[in-house]
Write a new protein. Structure first.
Length: 125
């Protein structure tokens, strides 16, 4: 009887450990309302860039949009909110996992010596 109880306890503890490791190491889908929306604000560093910084911001967002299933809204698209600072929206909103993936891509990516620093991600709905 004690062996059976011990086996059940070990099985439950093992299953919980595997689930926790899955959360830590896998990309899991975020369940967000289809009507939710996230606004991402990023600052572009383009000191040595010879082109238009707005095009550089578009390029960085375009390169990272495939890291999440959320749709980058084309209307209004990537918008300059002040010199060097841009915003764009995704729908549905970003959950915890997709936020980490998108922010990581935006901040790690360098295109033609242009880098982005994510200032904020605000989700509503």
């Amino acid at each position: 009887m004690k062996r059976a109880l011990l086996a059940v306890v070990l099985l439950v503890v093992g299953a919980a450990a595997v689930d926790e490791m899955g959360d830590a190491f896998q990309s899991r889908a975020d369940h967000m309302s289809p009507d939710s929306r996230s606004e991402v604000v990023l600052q572009i560093s383009a000191d040595d860039y010879k082109g238009d910084p707005a095009q550089a911001a578009d390029a960085i967002v375009a390169a990272c949009r495939g890291t999440v299933r959320n749709r980058v809204l084309d209307d209004p698209g990537v918008v300059e909110v002040e010199p060097g600072t841009y915003s764009f929206s995704v729908q549905p909103g970003l959950g915890k996992n997709n936020r980490v993936k998108l922010v990581g891509c935006l901040q790690d990516l360098t295109i033609d010596r242009v880098q982005a620093d994510v200032v904020s991600v605000d989700t509503s709905g």
